[in-house]
Design a protein. Structure first.
Length: 185
């Protein structure tokens, strides 16, 4: 397995900097492997009566946030696979709101969604572990932008961290809901 520890800003569209800048230093495959446990711990601390909580009426519920994380990781993992295999097709974008509306996540129990997220992450990690040195630097096109395989791994990690922070900040506070360890984040 190739050890990938950094990505350059020219390897992805500027929009994704908000995710990439969240990723701590280190081997990206190990980061992806380790961070999922923290997210699953956070999600596991949500009481069943708060799974459908929305901090504002138009915002996603906790279930829908996790469903979005699952869908987005699958889309980006497919992009990484296509780019690593040298696929020259321009891949379509993903309208996150359309995906969320069609996902059925709102009607699924949070533990089921958490188990699916863990399975998706395990598959993502296995995929990235399989890439050769050459594959990591291959470039593909999605949403009209160029990405390296390497950048996609950082986007996936940063996207999870972005939503974990959003869950902590917007969903895991209040008199009846505390963060991991019984404390408000």
């Amino acid at each position: 397995m190739e050890s990938v520890t950094s990505v350059d800003r020219v390897e992805y569209a500027p929009f994704y900097e908000t995710y990439v800048c969240r990723v701590p230093p280190g081997n990206i495959v190990e980061i992806l492997t380790e961070q999922v446990g923290e997210t699953l711990s956070l999600v596991g601390s949500v009481p069943p009566d708060r799974e459908q909580y929305r901090y504002e009426p138009a915002k996603w519920s906790v279930r829908e946030v996790v469903g979005h994380m699952i869908d987005t990781e699958r889309v980006f993992a497919f992009r990484a696979l296509a780019f690593a295999r040298g696929d020259s097709a321009s891949l379509p974008g993903m309208n996150q709101d359309d995906y969320a509306a069609a996902s059925n996540a709102a009607s699924r129990p949070l533990p089921e969604l958490a188990a699916e997220f863990a399975a998706v992450r395990a598959a993502t990690v296995a995929l990235f572990r399989s890439f050769s040195r050459e594959a990591w630097s291959r470039v593909g096109l999605a949403s009209g932008c160029s990405f390296t395989v390497r950048s996609v791994s950082f986007i996936i990690a940063g996207h999870e961290l972005h939503h974990r922070r959003g869950l902590e900040r917007n969903y895991m506070t209040g008199p009846n809901l505390q963060g991991p360890g019984g404390r408000a984040p």
